[in-house]
Design a protein around this ligand. Structure first.
Ligand SMILES: *Cc1c(COP(=O)(O)O)cnc(C)c1O
Length: 711
């Protein structure tokens, strides 16, 4: 057992027969194991829900341990879970070991957010969930990888909607001791503390470790007594504060992250920066080389050769950039550390904007990485065009000019419902498909599943989702004091889900463009349709908050009551229920602004086909039979024209294709044509858009070539 788990204290009450329960709780392997979640739920069902499925809090607070130790059924299930964890961790023959036995790694994967589970709220949306899914698949595949991120003491905010539909941001400080993380330790077993220079002072960081199967994620935390009170707040909130907070957090992630790796005794072979937030890691790595006698130019090239950069943002304004004054104040001293003048340092990230010169984190990342990728084929084209001036000017032999792409995927086991997974096991003649998720051939059994059975399984999951939604709607209404009558969704009606961050380009309100037409679609007595929305707006994004209010008003409109509902406090738990339980997943961003998107992949995997603009990953997946398309893949004269045409297409597809197909039933009540689309969605999307495929692509195309280049 990890000695730190035993040492952590306050575990005095674990009965001897269940002594390894904390070990199960502290390895986030349980986040993708329904049997282990079932074990925790069985221990104390109410507390498991109240504790947001957080087993560490559960074990610390439950009074049921003595009884569980006497319950033979529980003890049996406990031993089964332990065997599951042990055999996963002991497995020798991993994919990576087989294909690249000489690759020692590790890969250091830097990300400002990690979406591993709702009980560790250090993510805001798709970027973080992608990082979490990347780590989980790296563990499954045996890729030697270590994550580096930040422990935000208050996480991302919790969303409440008041009786007018206004978003309230609630911040709840959380105690790290109550979360499934432990202090990281160095080779001598001491807790790791690193520091870095901030203007006029030194900032100290405690390092925590989230264990995710075989992979560790190091999390930096400034909220410790070594820092003055103002500095303790620097890592309080994800995407909180002003530009001073932002540059501080990015120095913490980049520079503090490299120091944490060193303190943990790690010398990564490759540094992977997930988005530009982490790009300051190159400064510290250059400093190490310059301190050892390497020239600035050489250090820059050496660092670039070991660096992979993934860009996620197709909008120029979406990239982090700092003013000359701010940069000088926070990062100016790096010129001395790197043995150069201010100009050379500034030149690493300089970007001239119409309003003046800036230090741009994406430019820094592009300049200091020899391998770069976008997150879908379409996004690669957009990114290459956006950065062509930078790439074209570069010396091909030094750092290369192109951007490749690795299309995003999802971690199958974190997103597939247990019921549907069990159905697959029954019809695949074994569990082989689980080992070969990324192979399309491994999914051919889907076609053979009797339509009625797939439909019934989906209907059962959907009833569970409707119950979840209806309970939350009731609680929301009680809390907000809304005067409108209670709303419920109907588990038999065609149900369309839309849940994601409410950034305006995602156009959550496109559906409301023509209220009369929407009303006709929803309120057909024979063929009713309902929409479930959920999503947070960034606290500073007023237009996005207006979108929430508009949806809230539509949901309260007597005429549409129960046909449009909006859930508060979107998180991974909400995503899971909706993506697993709805019939269709709606995605209507303004093309080409969605770099990839992944929520539609989660839904498709569960048999809820994607209904989407041809943006992000969808052009690579859509085959005419596995979902539906909104609008056209072309450019428009204006946003207004694009929005109007997409809205028209959205309604027309619903009226002409989606609703009729859903309600076309055989004598047994099964929509056979619809189930055909479900099957096609599962078997085409599940393999290619899994992180099991994606992480292999990163290994083949980026990690391994990168180390070969260095040798
Ligand atoms: C999957 C997921 C996303 C990504 O949603 P997109 O529709 O791809 O933007 C965002 N947030 C959470 C919590 C998710 O689980």
């Amino acid at each position: 057992m990890d000695s730190s788990i035993r040492d952590i204290g306050a575990w005095g009450d674990i009965p001897a027969r269940l002594i390894r329960l904390p070990e199960l709780a502290y390895n986030l392997f349980w986040t993708w194991r329904p049997d282990m979640q079932g074990l925790f739920a069985r221990l104390d069902p109410d507390l498991w829900e109240a504790a947001e499925h957080n087993p560490v809090r559960l074990l610390r607070e439950t009074a049921n341990l003595p009884a569980a130790a006497e319950d033979a059924g529980f003890v049996d299930a406990y031993h089964r879970s332990l065997r599951g964890l042990d055999s996963y961790l002991d497995r020798r023959g991993t994919w990576m070991g087989h294909v690249y036995p000489g690759f020692a790694g590790p890969v250091a994967y830097f990300s400002a957010e990690f979406g591993l589970h709702e009980s560790l709220p250090i993510y805001s949306g798709g970027l973080g969930v992608l990082a979490g899914d990347h780590v989980k698949s790296a563990s499954d595949l045996g890729v030697p990888l270590v994550g580096v991120g930040i422990l935000y003491a208050q996480g991302y905010f919790r969303q409440r909607l008041d009786a007018e539909g206004r978003q309230q941001e609630v911040y709840e400080p959380f105690e790290p001791e109550m979360r499934p993380i432990l202090p990281a330790r160095d080779a001598d077993g001491r807790e790791i503390l690193v520091s870095l220079g901030m203007p006029g002072r030194e900032l100290y960081l405690k390092v925590w470790k989230a264990q995710v199967g075989r992979v560790s994620v190091l999390l930096l935390d400034a909220d410790i007594p070594e820092n003055m009170s103002e500095d303790r707040q620097v890592t309080a909130r994800l995407y909180g504060g002003d530009s001073r907070t932002r540059i501080s957090q990015e120095l913490i992630l980049g520079v503090g992250g490299v120091r944490a790796l060193r303190a943990a005794g790690l010398r990564p072979a490759v540094f992977h920066m997930n988005e530009g937030h982490a790009a300051f890691c190159v400064l510290e790595r250059m400093r190490e080389r310059v301190a050892g006698g390497t020239s600035f130019d050489e250090a820059r090239d050496e660092v670039a050769r070991r660096t992979v950069f993934t860009t996620h943002t197709p909008v120029p304004a979406g990239h982090d950039a700092f003013s000359p004054n701010l940069f000088r104040e926070f990062a100016g001293s790096w010129a001395t550390s790197l043995g150069v003048g201010d100009e050379e340092l500034w030149g690493l990230g300089h970007k001239q904007e119409s309003w003046g010169p800036t230090f741009n984190m994406t430019v820094l990342a592009m300049n200091l990485s020899a391998a770069r990728n976008a997150v879908s084929a379409l996004h690669r084209d957009v990114s290459e065009e956006m950065w062509s001036y930078l790439l074209d000017s570069r010396d091909e032999r030094r750092v290369g000019r192109s951007i490749t792409h690795v299309t995003n995927g999802v971690h199958t086991w974190s997103w597939l419902s247990q019921e549907v997974g069990d159905l697959f096991d029954r019809h695949s003649g074994g569990r082989a498909w689980r080992e070969m998720v990324q192979e399309e051939s491994a999914w051919s059994f889907i076609e053979e599943i009797p339509s009625g059975e797939l439909w019934e399984t989906h209907a059962a999951v959907k009833r569970g989702m409707a119950k979840f939604v209806n309970v939350r709607l009731r609680l929301q209404r009680e809390r907000s004091g809304s005067a409108v009558p209670p709303q419920e969704i109907d588990p038999d009606a065609l149900t369309i889900g839309f849940a994601r961050r409410f950034a305006t380009y995602k156009r959550a309100t496109l559906l409301l463009s023509d209220p009369e037409r929407l009303r006709r679609i929803c309120k057909d007595h024979e063929r009713p349709v309902q929409f479930v929305f959920a999503g947070k707006a960034h606290p500073a994004d007023s237009p996005a908050k207006e979108f929430i209010r508009a949806l809230y008003r539509a949901a309260e409109d007597e005429d549409l009551a129960g046909h449009i509902v909006i859930l508060e406090d979107y998180d991974m738990n909400v995503t899971r229920h909706l993506a697993q339980g709805v019939d269709v997943w709606l995605n209507n961003p303004r093309r080409p602004l969605e770099a990839s998107g992944t929520s539609g992949q989660k839904a498709s995997l569960n048999g809820a086909p994607n209904f989407s603009v041809l943006d992000g990953w969808w052009p690579e997946a859509y085959n005419g039979r596995n979902g539906w398309v909104i609008g056209e893949a072309r450019e428009y004269a204006s946003q207004e024209e694009q929005d109007a045409e997409d809205a028209e297409s959205l309604y027309a597809m619903l009226e002409g294709e989606i609703v009729p197909l859903f309600y076309d039933r055989d004598a047994a009540g099964t929509p056979r044509g619809w189930v055909g689309v479900m099957k096609e969605a599962i078997s085409t999307v599940a393999p290619r858009f899994s992180t099991q495929r994606m992480v292999r692509d990163y290994v083949h195309k980026l990690y391994v070539p990168q180390t070969a280049r260095t040798r």
